[in-house]
Design a protein around this ligand. Structure first.
Ligand SMILES: Nc1ncnc2c1ncn2[C@@H]1O[C@H](COP(=O)(O)OP(=O)(O)OP(=O)(O)O)[C@@H](O)[C@H]1O
Length: 342
């Protein structure tokens, strides 16, 4: 059974008192997040990502459908029972949401106090978590004196304090620079691998999904429009919105304008070849071209590494006798996804 299981979940916000119409923020979502997953959820602003995770930790209640977290149906639970469910779920935020009046230690201690954990046990847990995130030396520092990356590490230590099974990360690196982002993502990976937490990462940045997630779901207008292992979705996106997201980090197929510019610089016939790690090697393709006396240049694209697997779309310009180019393309096209760009 999945750790988080959503079936037919919708969330409708009623019309505001000043008029307007109700907002269907989540519209018939089914989602399974398995224990051990790092699951990325991407979508543009307003797609429903935040609402989706607020449903998972019951900060919002679903209008219809079923949401099971670690086997417990949370739709319709009373507040007191929901509090127990929430203890099993940690959350980190874009703006960190730390208490400025408390030290690093005090921030990580806070959820343990709320949960009524014995003082000595709580103290040991805080020390352990600060050690884990590499902030043991900063225990008595106020959070204002920390860098953004350090603040998020406090946020992670606080989220882990009550030993949750599930961690929800809402745009948790969007306020950080690229280097700090990578540090925080590396820490989240350790949280997953060493502490065994399942993580749901909400983001509009595909780089985050690429660096950390195993699976991804793409949201649009309250629905999940595409999902799957990150490699599959990145290497062969199907929906227009997914293609747009993937193209923000993988520029492997030239747009019409770029193609026209390339043609002015490179004579010959253009062909795009899609490589997947389990398929034909580049060397095989080049050997076939050489065998037919077809000269080639790589004019666009490159290879990408996603989750330790490689894929890429290469655009080549080919020059040679037309019949030989045709024969080479037929031979290559029989083995690998090949498309002549006209
Ligand atoms: N409390 C609320 N009351 C009314 N409408 C809401 C409420 N919360 C969210 N919405 C609406 O629900 C839709 C989805 O919002 P949501 O914040 O979940 O999207 P998002 O993908 O997380 O976007 P962002 O990245 O901008 O937060 C939007 O149209 C939003 O205006």
């Amino acid at each position: 059974m999945a750790l988080v299981e959503m079936r037919g979940v919708s969330k409708v916000f009623p019309a505001s008192s000043r008029g307007g119409s109700p907002v269907r923020a989540i519209d018939g979502v089914d989602l399974d997040v398995e224990a051990g997953d790092i699951y990325g959820i991407v979508g543009y602003s307003g797609a429903g990502k935040s609402t989706l995770i607020r449903l998972v930790n019951a900060l919002e209640s679903a209008t219809t459908g079923s949401i099971r977290v670690d086997g417990t149906e949370i739709v319709g639970l009373r507040e007191r029972q929901l509090q127990r469910v929430r203890l099993g779920i940690g959350m980190i935020f874009q703006q960190f949401n730390l208490l400025r009046s408390r030290t690093v230690y005090g921030n990580v201690m806070y959820p343990l106090q709320v949960a009524g954990v014995d003082k000595r046990e709580a103290h040991a847990r805080v020390a352990e978590m600060l050690q884990f995130v590499g902030l043991a030396e900063k225990a008595h520092t106020y959070t204002d004196q920390l860098s953004g990356g350090q603040k998020q590490r406090v946020g992670i230590a606080r989220a882990l304090a009550t030993s949750p099974k599930l961690l929800l990360a809402d745009e948790s690196t969007s306020a950080l620079d690229p280097e700090t982002t990578q540090e925080v993502l590396a820490l989240l990976r350790r949280v997953n691998e060493e502490l065994g937490l399942t993580i749901i990462v909400i983001t509009h940045e595909m780089e985050v999904v690429k660096s950390i997630a195993d699976k991804v779901a793409v949201m649009e207008a309250g629905r999940i429009v595409e999902r799957g292992p990150v490699f599959d979705v990145f290497s062969a996106p199907e929906q227009p919105v997914t293609r747009r997201f993937v193209s923000t980090i993988i520029d492997d197929v030239p747009e019409a304008e770029a193609l026209a510019a390339l043609r002015t610089r490179h004579p010959g016939r253009f062909v795009r070849i899609a490589f997947r790690d389990e398929g034909v090697r580049q060397a095989d393709v080049f050997a076939e071209l050489i065998r037919r006396d077809v000269t080639f240049e790589l004019v666009h694209g490159g290879m990408e590494d996603v989750g330790g697997r490689t894929f890429g779309n290469l655009t080549l310009s080919l020059q040679g006798a037309d019949a030989e180019v045709d024969a080479a393309l037929a031979a290559i096209g029989a083995r690998i996804d090949t498309q002549e760009l006209r």
